[in-house]
Design a protein around this ligand. Sequence first.
Ligand SMILES: [Zn+2]
Length: 427
Amino acid sequence: MVAESDPAPPVAVSHGPSRHIRLTSHSGAVGTPVIRWGAATAAERGPVIGTTITRAHRNVIGTHSGSYSVYRALAVAAGALSRDHRADLTNTAPTDVIGPYEQWSRPGAIVSLDPWGAMVAEAFATELAGGYDIRPTIAVTKAHVILPEIAEAIVKGRLHPDGRILLPSGAALVTKAAVEPVWYLPGVAARFGCSETELRRVLFEETGGMYPELVTRGDLEVFLPPIGGQTVYIFGAPRDLADPTVELTARVHDECNGSDVFGSDICTCRPYLTHAIEECILGAQRGGVGVVAYSRKEGRALGEVTKFLVYNARKRQDGGDTAEQYFARTECVAGVQDMRFQELMPDVLHWLGIRKIHRLVSMSNMKYDAITGAGIEVGERVNIPDELIPPDARVEIDAKMAAGYFTPGPVPDADELRIAKGRGLAQ
Ligand SMILES: [Zn+2]
């Protein structure tokens, strides 16, 4: 064993012919708070501690901030950040209290985020005062969101400023929450129907051995994965989300930087997002509440490089860009059609206490199945109006409808899918 003060990262080292593994981290160090995942109160559950300052306090695998943990390491390496820095949480408390809700302790309901993550400073004040470096994994604040599509909807008379949800300037008032991933490994394994041992082994191997504790520390059941998290935008009162008698308009949206931010017209992501925001504002103005949960799962979680490769493959294939070949081209490059795994997505809805979505703004059968499979009732499904679909995105929409995505209109047939509708690369 290596002493706690050893600054070296944990590594599995083989020693000659015996090939025994030397562990660099202790299990069950004295004074390490225990995590009882799914416990009914924060005190019983215990704090999630991913600090790198005092190794003996750690009760998770990985570190905080998701993918940004690597930038933190760079900042330390560059000498810009002291590795002993501790967050001063003064005045950082959530602007709105979310929960606790029954779902927080319902077995298996939440496995990919820490429902107590926003309440750290309050719930674990004693531990913080006692020297434990405990960090929030959720932050809740207020914002005004200003989108040209919403301003246009006001001009066209579809939206009306009320000074409460929507200001005359076109700004919509929201409560927003940032959520980092916190995975309870036994629960994640159960969600995907594999054994925890298998999940740990594959996570270890497919990250190039980045987290040896996945295979050496079976006692650590919580993993802070180096992936993007989620942002939740709430229109109306956050507490109303948990009241099934209040009309709830919701969209769960997966990141598409090209469309969401830059307005690229090959897909319907931004039009869908802004349409959902318009529906959320309308719902909140009717006395309901709206929510958009935005997940950092760029390009169906395949990443943007893969996504752009697929765009080229689609547009250069014989016969041009057709809906018939839409999913096949993705699979040729990525090996799968989709890597978003909506199985984990409903966790954020459970965190918000949601039991019923009256209006789900989505065509995705995968999202619908995941939400209803998690025990959340879905009323009406709201699809994107035809006039909001960019011409080049017709390929995507036709392919999705033919593949079983929800549509109130006719499903395109085989002949329809073979008609090239996508623009060429030179156009
Ligand atoms: Zn997109």
